[in-house]
Each structure stands twice: as structure tokens, then as C-alpha cells.
Design a protein around this ligand. Structure first.
Ligand SMILES: Cc1cc2nc3c(=O)[nH]c(=O)nc-3n(C[C@H](O)[C@H](O)[C@H](O)COP(=O)(O)O)c2cc1C
Length: 191
């Protein structure tokens, strides 16, 4: 299998593991995938629920939980680790900021349009930003906004069709419709 790049990061095994909350894709799964040369992804969804004994409020537990999962993953792998932050999360900003502060390799963000994602980067940031989309229209809106407001373009784009187990808003009848198949969506997004 051919490797590919997210920005300047080479993914030797061309697999990006989907972020899965709540508590399904944490440091264990993410580091195992990264150790095989793919991108292992920690999901931010509901992290505070998994660290109930942590100090502070629910949002504070989510922040410390994310830091802990990233640190744990780093002890288990030197491979590529990403964090999945859904735009729909009430603590989206906290999670993106924390992942970037922890110098995570990649932030993946979908379940909404991550229109302000580059605003969380600082001059010291090393993190790559990758939106998750299910249409070329969404990809274009994101690219146009990022370019105009932040002079930044996505380091890669994840495209998910109606057969993905994600948060995509397809209708039931579109699942078998060839117009919405990945084979149709990907070339549209690339153009
Ligand atoms: C149990 C489960 C939990 C998921 N949680 C998230 C999540 O927290 N954030 C997200 O963006 N996608 C989530 N997804 C979607 C996956 O990341 C992935 O994009 C989707 O399953 C498509 O990959 P597939 O075609 O291999 O199923 C979840 C999927 C599953 C099955």
C-alpha cells in the first residue's frame, strides 16, 4: 500500500482510524493503530465521563482526561496520533485548544462545519487540521472560509459517504444511491 501525507507527516500505512466516542477510541486503540503505521485517533466525546474522579467541573475533567489520554498514547507509540473533536460538542473549543497545546499531530473535526478551526493555532503549533466532510459543497465552504479568514487550507480532508457509521445527515434512500457513493464524492471534493 502506498503511503500518503497529511501536511509534512507521512502516513506509512494508509489508514486513518475513525474517532469513536464515548470511550471506544482512546489511547489504547489509537496507539495500536499508530504502531502499525496508521493514524490512531482519540475521540474527545464524553471524556469527562470516563474520568469522573478527576478534579473540577465536567469541562475541566474533559480537559484533564484528554491530556491524560494523549500522554498515555505517547508512552505507547512514537507513531502518528490524532484527536477527533466533533463541532457539535459543547466543549469543542476546550478540546481543540488542549489537543493543540499538547502538540497532537492531527485534529480531525466533523459533525458540523469546523469553520473556525485554524483560529486555535498559535505560532508554536505543529498540529495539522483535517475537516471531515460528506460533500464537495461542505469542503468548499470550509476551504473558502479558512482561506479568507486565516489564510490557511486544510492539511487533508476526510470524506465520508452514506455508508460510514458517522454523523453525516444522509437520508436512508441515499445509502444505495450511486450519486452519493464515495467513488462519486471523492473526485468532486478533490476538484
Ligand atoms: C461507536 C462509534 C462511535 C463514533 N464516534 C465518533 C465520534 O466521536 N466522532 C466522530 O467524528 N465520528 C464518530 N464515529 C464515526 C467514525 O469515526 C467513522 O468516521 C465512521 O464509523 C466511518 O468509518 P467506517 O466507514 O469505517 O465505519 C463513530 C462511529 C462509531 C461506530
Amino acid at each position: 500500500m502506498k503511503s500518503f501525507f497529511i501536511g509534512n507527516i507521512e502516513i506509512k500505512t494508509p489508514v486513518i482510524q475513525g474517532g469513536m466516542g464515548v470511550g471506544i477510541s482512546l489511547s489504547g486503540l489509537a496507539s495500536a493503530v499508530a504502531n502499525e503505521g496508521g493514524v490512531g485517533v482519540i475521540s474527545c466525546a464524553g471524556l469527562g465521563l470516563l474520568y469522573p474522579k478527576g478534579k473540577g467541573s465536567y469541562p475541566e475533567k474533559c480537559i484533564s482526561g484528554l491530556r491524560e489520554e494523549i500522554h498515555k498514547a505517547r508512552t505507547k507509540t512514537e507513531g502518528i496520533i490524532g484527536v477527533n473533536v466533533m463541532v457539535a460538542l459543547s466543549n469543542y473549543a476546550d478540546m481543540v485548544r488542549t489537543a493543540i497545546e499538547e502538540k497532537i499531530d492531527v485534529v480531525f473535526s466533523g459533525a458540523g462545519l469546523p469553520l473556525d478551526l485554524p483560529s486555535y493555532l498559535t505560532p508554536e503549533s505543529v498540529t495539522k487540521l483535517v475537516p471531515i466532510v460528506s460533500s464537495s459543497r461542505a469542503a468548499k465552504v470550509i476551504c473558502d472560509k479558512w482561506q479568507k479568514n486565516y489564510n490557511y487550507l486544510p492539511d487533508a480532508i476526510v470524506v465520508e459517504g452514506p455508508k460510514a457509521g458517522g454523523h453525516l445527515g444522509f437520508k436512508k434512500e441515499q445509502i444505495q444511491d450511486q450519486h452519493y457513493a464515495l467513488e462519486a464524492l471523492i473526485p468532486e471534493v478533490v476538484m
